[in-house]
Design a protein. Structure first.
Lengths: 284, 268
């Protein structure tokens, strides 16, 4: 039975392995190879050099990287605080409303990110939904709320909310009610139950939720472009510019490699600590 | 520990607030789509549905629509098949490299999509493939088929492996087991994965951006118009794509419920 099981497993994995091998792993190798090519070449038949990485250090691209990582960190922290009570309610308080909320939140994922962000532009701009009506009712106008750093973080929080909410709810659902009840019977305060029962037992969901939001927000581009104007340039934007206007593939590849290395290291460390089988609801 | 009625109401209010927050921008787009003015300002003075008529009649919109449908359709079919087998390897069979396989599946989901699109562009270039909507299908698959796998895997976790073992003990072949037990049991998961795949491909922008070449999907066209040369059709077409998704989800939710009732009624 075991031999059959392992043969079937390898067989079933084959289509996915072929797909991801050809369309994910090999392209990553291509990016890595381009990142050590001399500037402004479009093929790989050159002697390797590391001038593109030197360029990154000299041209101050680290600022964009710092902005991306900083804003990703801020939006992850904000999302954790916003989503925790909601995730708790989805797992333990709501009955039928959990389904309504799930469908409602998942639906937003199917609407193109740029339509939703465009909606915020219409809401927050001068003469938009908020400023327009405030001026109409009170007669006092103000400048639009767009084109600054907080609004970019706001956009990240908005777009990546589902990626924090669902893993958190899944994690909290793993906390046994008996453990919370026992702690309460023994006289633990709410705060203590939160610290010593809920947070540690829901840790797999917390780790996955925080990782997912951080990593996606660090590589995000549309929020800073549509809502932030030119307030700050994020790293993904620099990558895109190097490829399109700059026509410098090696520089773009080197920038992408830096982003990939940081994001990949964080993702790999986090994912290896989580028991996926348990989080996704394997039967015991 | 049952929460009091008051805290229950508080949680409910919070949930509704979050939903309102998620849908507010779409409300703004909805208002914009029925404003008569060419340059939009709120409050809207005159309402008009003329932009809808124009969008429906427009040849550009039709071309975009057909292209987006082709991409999403192909992505759906392929990721359902690949995801079905992927989910079995992910959740059901205990084989040697299962842990590694699970991590590999998660990697593309964690990946910045714009960077993924650029990496694929370079790869296609190295292969000598000219980007078109076919390459966009490939790009969407990299990100969407792992998600389909995860959705089907959730279903595969809750399935009882002794059913398959019993069938094997009775002398069924692997193909028979697959056809008569595994596929019917996982079917609800496969269908919801297909729904997700279609809708995620339909709305995807960052993966399409660099991989469609001269072709363009609806979200790409919307973005191009938002960034340069605003057109009053943007909110209208945006709302139409949203309505299409809503209709599909409604069908996806209602059909199984109706079928169940109908079958239940037939038996009773």
């Amino acid at each position: 039975m075991d031999r059959l099981n392992s043969r079937l497993g390898a067989l079933a994995a084959t289509p996915m392995l072929v797909l991801l091998g050809l369309t994910f792993l090999v392209p990553m190798l291509v990016v890595a190879a381009f990142s050590v090519m001399p500037p402004k070449v479009f093929d790989l038949w050159h002697w390797p050099d590391v001038s593109a990485y030197g360029e990154i250090l000299r041209q101050g691209y680290w600022k964009s990287l710092a902005w991306s990582l900083g804003m990703a960190l801020a939006s992850t922290a904000i999302l954790f605080v916003i989503c925790w009570p909601l995730a708790y309610a989805m797992a333990k308080v709501y009955r039928r409303f959990t389904l309504v909320l799930t469908i409602g939140v998942v639906m937003t994922l199917f609407v193109s990110e740029n339509i939703r962000l465009f909606g915020w532009v219409l809401t927050l701009m001068k003469g938009g939904l908020i400023e327009g009506y405030v001026r109409h009712w009170t007669g006092i106008g103000f400048d639009g709320l767009l084109y600054n750093v907080p609004v970019i973080i706001f956009g990240l929080v908005y777009v990546y909310l589902p990626f924090m909410l669902f893993p958190l709810a899944q994690g909290i659902a793993m906390v046994p009610d008996d453990a919370r009840q026992a702690a309460a019977d023994l006289g633990a305060t709410r705060k203590r139950i939160l610290w010593e029962i809920d947070l540690p037992l829901a840790a797999p969901g917390i780790v996955v939720g925080c990782l997912l939001t951080f990593v996606l927000a660090a590589g995000a581009i549309a929020e800073s472009k549509l809502l932030g104007g030119q307030a700050v340039i994020v790293i993904a934007d620099e990558v895109e510019t190097a490829f399109t206007y700059g026509q410098n593939w090696p520089l773009g590849s080197a920038l992408a490699m830096v982003l990939i290395a940081i994001v990949g290291a964080i993702a790999v460390v986090g994912v290896t600590r989580v028991d996926l089988d348990a989080l996704m609801g394997r039967r015991r | 520990m049952h929460p009091s009625a008051l805290s229950r109401a508080g949680f409910l209010g919070y949930g509704l607030l979050i939903l309102a927050f998620l849908y507010l921008p779409l409300v703004a787009v909805g208002f914009a789509s029925i404003s008569k003015a060419r340059y939009l300002t709120f409050p809207i003075r005159r309402y008009d549905t003329g932009w809808y008529a124009e969008a429906v009649a427009s040849d550009t919109v039709q071309t975009l629509l057909i292209l987006s449908l082709k991409v999403a359709g192909l992505v759906t079919v392929i990721s359902m098949v690949v995801g079905f087998f992927g989910a079995l390897a992910f959740a059901r069979y205990h084989w040697r490299f299962r842990g590694l396989f699970q991590k590999l599946i998660l990697l593309p989901i964690f990946f910045p999509q714009a960077v993924l699109g650029l990496a694929l562009l370079m790869w296609f270039n190295a292969l000598g493939v000219v980007p078109s909507w076919h390459t966009a299908v490939v790009a969407h698959l990299v990100w969407i088929s792992p998600i389909a796998t995860l959705i089907i895997a959730i279903r595969a976790y809750s399935f009882d492996p002794t059913l398959e073992e019993a069938a094997r003990d009775m002398g069924c072949s692997t193909i028979q087991i697959l056809r008569d037990i595994t596929i019917p049991l996982l079917m609800p998961g496969v269908i919801s994965a297909g729904l997700f795949a279609f809708l995620l491909s339909w709305g995807n922008f960052p993966l399409s951006l660099f991989t469609t070449g001269a072709d363009s999907t609806l979200p790409e066209w919307l973005y191009a118009k938002m960034v340069s040369g605003y057109s009053p059709l943007v909110p209208t077409v945006g709302i139409l794509t949203v309505l299409a998704s809503v209709a599909l989800v409604a069908v996806g939710l209602l059909v199984p419920a109706v079928l169940r009732r109908w079958r239940g009624g037939g038996a009773g």
